[in-house]
Design a protein around this ligand. Structure first.
Ligand code: GDP
Length: 189
C-alpha cells in the first residue's frame, strides 16, 4: 500500500541553495533495510553504478534518474549506516540534501518510534530537505508491527510529502519511493 498525501499542502522546499547533482540521503535505524533499498534502486532497471565508499562510514551510490518527461538528474545516495559514531561526519552531508528517504522496518516497532528523532536530526537545517517516510519489508505481512494509517499519520504530522511501503525482497515500490521526492527541476539532460 502506498500513501501519498497532502503533497499539495506541504510547501515546496527551497532548493535555491542546491546545485546538481542533487543529493538524496537514506536514513534510519540499523537493519531496517537501507542498504538493500539503495542497492535495489541503484541497480534497478534504469541502470546505475553502486560504489561502496567504506572509509568515510557511508555507502555511496550514484544514479541518473528521470525526473520529468524531458530531463534527468543525477542523484547521489548516501547510506549513513545509522551509527552514532558517524553522526558528526554525516551531519555535514545532510546540509545539502535535496531529499531524504527516512526508512523504518514495518516489522520493528522501535525503528518506527525513532522516526521523529531522525527527522529532528536533519530537519534543524535552515533549508530542510523534502522527506518521504518509507515503511520497508512490506513483504513480511504476518510480522507487521506498524499500520499504514499510523505511519501515514506520522508522515503528515512531520510535514513529509508521502508515506510509501517498500520491499527490496519483492522489488515493490522501490522506484516509486525515490521518485515521490519533489526534487528540483533537472538542470542537465
Ligand atoms: P541496513 O542496516 O538498514 O542497511 O539494512 P540491510 O539492508 O543490511 O538489511 C538488514 C536485513 O534486512 C538483512 O538481513 C536483509 O536481508 C533484510 N532485508 C532488507 N530488505 C528487506 C526486504 O525488503 N524484505 C525482507 N523480508 N527483508 C529485507
Amino acid at each position: 500500500m502506498v500513501w501519498v498525501g497532502r503533497d499539495h499542502l506541504v510547501p515546496a522546499p527551497d532548493f535555491s541553495h542546491l546545485r546538481s547533482p542533487f543529493r538524496v540521503i537514506v536514513l534510519g535505524d540499523a537493519a531496517v533495510g537501507k542498504s538493500s533499498l539503495l542497492r535495489c534502486f541503484a541497480e534497478g532497471p534504469a541502470g546505475g553504478v553502486a560504489t561502496p565508499c567504506p572509509t568515510v562510514g557511508v555507502e555511496f551510490y550514484s544514479r541518473t534518474v528521470p525526473l520529468s518527461p524531458t530531463g534527468r538528474a543525477k542523484l547521489q545516495l548516501w547510506d549513513t549506516a545509522g551509527q552514532e559514531r558517524f553522526r558528526s561526519i554525516t551531519r555535514s552531508f545532510y546540509r545539502s540534501a535535496a531529499g531524504v528517504l527516512l526508512v523504518f522496518d514495518l516489522t520493528n516497532r522501535a525503528s518506527f518510534e525513532r522516526v521523529p528523532e531522525w527527522h529532528r536530526e536533519v530537519g534543524g537545517d535552515p533549508h530542510p530537505p523534502a522527506f518521504v517516510l518509507v515503511g520497508h519489508k512490506c513483504d513480511l505481512v504476518a510480522e507487521r508491527a506498524v499500520s499504514a494509517e499510523e505511519a501515514g499519520h506520522l508522515a503528515t504530522t512531520l510535514g513529509m510529502v508521502a508515506f510509501v511501503e517498500t520491499s527490496a525482497r519483492s522489488n515493490l515500490n522501490v522506484e516509486l519511493a525515490f521518485q515521490t521526492l519533489p526534487l528540483p527541476a533537472p538542470l542537465r539532460a
